[in-house]
Design a protein. Structure first.
Ligand code: SAH
Length: 218
């Protein structure tokens, strides 16, 4: 476990059960399951829901946003095919839970949040530890051109269409995982940027995320 934090045997047991249940639902990548088993979701939860940390549900966090459902975190992470040392751009830090999973898998993470309050809150959770992590308060639609290209890009908020600026920041041979669509629901898309710069799109089914919104909010 990369987090040096308070855990309890009860939470550890609940995490094991959670991992069993998402494995049954189709998450098969052992490295992803292992990261979920090792990551203390309870430190990323709103204090009113801490006792529900290991239920396989999304829960409200500040600013009207939500911490993703563990199954969804597993699903997106599995599609990213993370390798240790991968340089990953995450759009939508939110609670920081997905960020922690990527770090646990050995990635170098660049994460962006547009809500200042959430940015500060997540930043405080990672402070004091030597993580391979850079956090940014900016608009994810712009990405981080100065740090590009990225091995992979993960959107944890729904965009109406695949943001071209982010495709530009993906390396050839890289992968982007993004929920694409509107309020009625989205499709989980895997976008593989081929060596000739063109993209291959694969649809991985229906999901529901909060929307990706342009601009920042203080
Ligand atoms: N992975 C996070 C998901 C949080 S919800 C978790 O499990 O906690 C999605 C987040 O995306 C929200 O915090 C929202 O503020 C953020 N977001 C929406 N549009 C954004 C944008 N344009 N740039 C950066 N972050 C954005």
């Amino acid at each position: 476990m990369i987090f040096n934090t308070l855990d309890s045997p009860d939470f550890a047991k609940q995490r094991k059960e959670l991992v069993k249940s998402i494995e049954k639902r189709g998450i098969s990548d052992k490295k992803v399951l292992d990261a979920i088993r090792k990551t203390p979701r309870h430190i990323f939860m709103d204090k009113y829901f801490v006792d529900k940390s290991y239920q396989d549900h999304a829960f409200p966090i500040n600013c009207g946003q939500s911490i993703s459902q563990p199954f969804t975190v597993g699903f997106q992470t599995q599609l990213l095919s993370v390798l240790p040392g991968d340089k990953i751009l995450e759009v939508g830090t939110g609670s920081g839970y997905q960020t922690a999973i990527l770090l646990e898998m050995g990635a170098k993470v660049y994460t962006i949040e547009r809500q200042y309050e959430l940015y500060l809150q997540a930043k405080s959770l990672f402070e004091g530890n030597k993580f391979n992590l850079k956090m940014f308060f900016t608009d994810g639609y712009k990405g981080l051109p100065e740090y590009s290209p990225f091995d992979s890009i993960l959107l944890t908020a729904a965009a109406p269409t695949v943001p071209q600026e982010l495709i530009n920041q993906l390396k050839c041979g890289g992968r982007m995982v993004a929920p694409i669509g509107g309020k009625q629901g989205q499709r989980m898309m895997l976008i593989e940027k081929l060596d000739n710069g063109s993209c291959k799109y694969t649809d991985y089914g229906a999901f529901m995320f909060v929307p990706m919104v342009s601009g920042t909010k203080k």
